[in-house]
Design a binder for this molecule. Sequence first.
Ligand SMILES: Cc1cc2nc3c(=O)[nH]c(=O)nc-3n(C[C@H](O)[C@H](O)[C@H](O)COP(=O)(O)O)c2cc1C
Length: 250
Amino acid sequence: MIFYFSGVGNSAWVARKLATMLNDRVVSIAEAIRTDMVYTPVEGERVGFVFPVYGWEPPKIVMDFVRRMKMPKPAYLYFVCTCGDDTGKTADVFMSALSAKGWKCHASYSILMPDTYVCLPGFDIDDEDELKRKNDNAAARVNFISEELSRKVVMDKHGCFEGAFPKIKTYVLGGLFRKFLMSPKPFHATDACVSCGLCEQRCPVHNIKVEGKPQWGADCTMCLACYHVCPQHAIQYGSRTKNKGQYKGI
Ligand SMILES: Cc1cc2nc3c(=O)[nH]c(=O)nc-3n(C[C@H](O)[C@H](O)[C@H](O)COP(=O)(O)O)c2cc1C
């Protein structure tokens, strides 16, 4: 059983690939969190979590889901996080949520994938060469991870790429990021919007209503699916995304 959250599609791609290779089932966290969240893995079933890194942490929706879901202690549990650069202390944050449930994490991985974050100066989508390099790397890494998971490998320490100064990134910069840069308020649609409704369809948490122009509710994960999917590039985040690119997915 693979629980996944994905904004723009990278983590969904990983979850589906692993599910196919391992003959497992996938459960969308964004949908499951609206249900009773009660799960009973069959004996010996692998339980996995796949999600993107947001501000050097797991997304809040993933943390909320883990805290609230009801499931007996899994016999084998792993997670895979996707990131544009590095994970900081994402693994520690996620593993402490697992420990609080009395669960043990047996294996964990990060996968470098195309970057979806574009809302700050200096952050943009990857160029064509980098996209190809990351996509090739992701395909190879998923094969590697699937092979390890098929053997139910048990790791001594996590297998995520933390990058430089991981504690500062997660516990200092990440805190500021969550406090000041996760608000949906700056989202708006310009006059280029044709009310096609794609943003509403692709919002994983059903937080957008297109009545004329899109309106954002308060329940935003900041995944940027709406920004990247817009065929007119009409969705902007304040004035910070005006000259930024859109990532069309793997
Ligand atoms: C709000 C936000 C914050 C992000 N923070 C990080 C980060 O801290 N480190 C990193 O390497 N990538 C970061 N990224 C990039 C994503 O983790 C990466 O592109 C991921 O593969 C996107 O997965 P998805 O397509 O499943 O949403 C961030 C993206 C967004 C939208």
